[in-house]
Design a protein. Sequence first.
Lengths: 267, 105, 203
Amino acid sequence: MPSPRLAALLIAAALPCAGLAQQDTQKEVERYRQLLAEGNPADLFEAKGEELWKARRGPKNASLEQCDLGLGAGVVKGAFAHLPRYFADTDRVQDMESRIVTCMVTLQGFTPEQAMKNPFSAPGRPSDMEALASYVAGESKGMKLDTPLAHPKEVEAFRVGEQLFYRRAGPHDFACVSCHGDNGKRIRLQDLPKLTDPNDAQKIFTTWPAYRVSQGSVRTMQHRLYDCYWQMRHPQLDYASEASIALEVFMAKYANGGEIRAPGLKR
Amino acid sequence: MAEPMRIRANMTGDKVEVRVLMAHEMETGQRKDGSGKLVPAHFIQNVTVTCTGRTVLSAQWGTSISKNPFMHFRFKGGKPGDKVTISWVDNKGERRTDEAVIAGG
Amino acid sequence: MKRFSPLVLLALAACATGPADEEARQRAEQVFRGSFTHGNRAIAARVEKQDEAQALCTRYRNEPPKDVAEKIESTEAAGIRYPVPGKFLGDWRQGEKIAQDGYGLRFTDPDTKRPNGGGCYNCHRIAPAEISYGTVGPSLYRFGALRGAGEPVQRYVYGKIYDAQAYLACSQMPRFGKNGVLTEEQITHLVALLLDPQSPVNK
């Protein structure tokens, strides 16, 4: 039986070792992220998106250059920083992606089905929406997220999003809060932001859309939510659904003030 | 027919800065599919970048390059309006060539 | 620039479980139902209905008052199905596989005979060789070494994996047995992973 002093020394020596393996892993992950950050494939999606924005397309052979993303027709710079928001012409709250769809329909003459046909790219099937979203988001890079919460429909969307955030369901009893309700946690090696903590939300929410290395493409917030629900053992979330927009309004409230660094780069 | 590369080339000071994202599965030959069978190796072996007839980059790749390779590099001797041509050949003999015009700085 | 109108602040303040909250909940249910319309219908039916614990834990945001918590715990405990007496400990090698495997019940997991995994490493540190572990739940490393592997501990571990809410109402841990994610036999393999002295968890 070691003396109390020796025992204390042994315990003190043993404790850091438990954390050391974890620290090494974190360091390597950080190093990997730094290497990746020196060149973001999302740049190429932004360029493609700008091309698509200015191209005459659809039955009306028109570009998206007159699209009103909330700051007036034709204003792209800064618009993403104020989305989601209420739009009088559609009488509903819309996020960036659903608003691009609206413009594809009203300006270019596509049907909603055509505009929403391929929101998430797959091998051999690149998605225009991912490029367009990269371009629009990139035009707000460096600005602070500042979404409104004044119109009654915006408030309603927040409250609906809040309910959905805590809604536990399915065989794993998962809600958004199951993974995003605490500070300093991770799934496997993927750090999890506490989405109701501005400290986390301001840094993370504003990195979407992002090039996801594991997906080999830029992925948008719509895809992030779709992917979350997949992991939560829920069915496929409808693209640009009311639930998705409500959740974005909820998250944006806590992320407001954060600097927009989209399109970002993630695993 | 392989998917097109996404290429961007612009001036940065006196150099041409090129970013290219290639679409390729880059299978190492060591991965097993859902039913436990080995997925055969299929990866880009050679990459060549030329500008106005001159080779500015030549690369020999192996299985450690991951899926959808992204390259970011700079070279001297190009100017706005010149074409940058990028070609790759993989271990199955499949090939792809795409080009981009150098934009101003 | 005025960001929040007084009406908004009032609405947001009505956060407690009052009538405004119930109205928001009903509206949210409506929105939820209308937002998964193109997906797998069987999976949609599975999530549209919340069972009692899910509904209560949603309502109280996982911090139920004492009496509600006690009721949840006793209800869940009563539903635990134990294996044949004395057979809580299965095979830790199979337990490690189940702990690593995240397969099952997602809309991309086809209806095959492949058993579901537990996905335990997503949230827990378990055997020391696996460094890609999550921290949503506590570390389980040396679980058996620290607690012994007597029958009461075996029963506890089995019950906790079968239905974590029998021990902690509104725990974020899935109720693997009760919800049919894992079979009783699979759970015994996980019990062995944590408690068997030969398991790498305890060496």
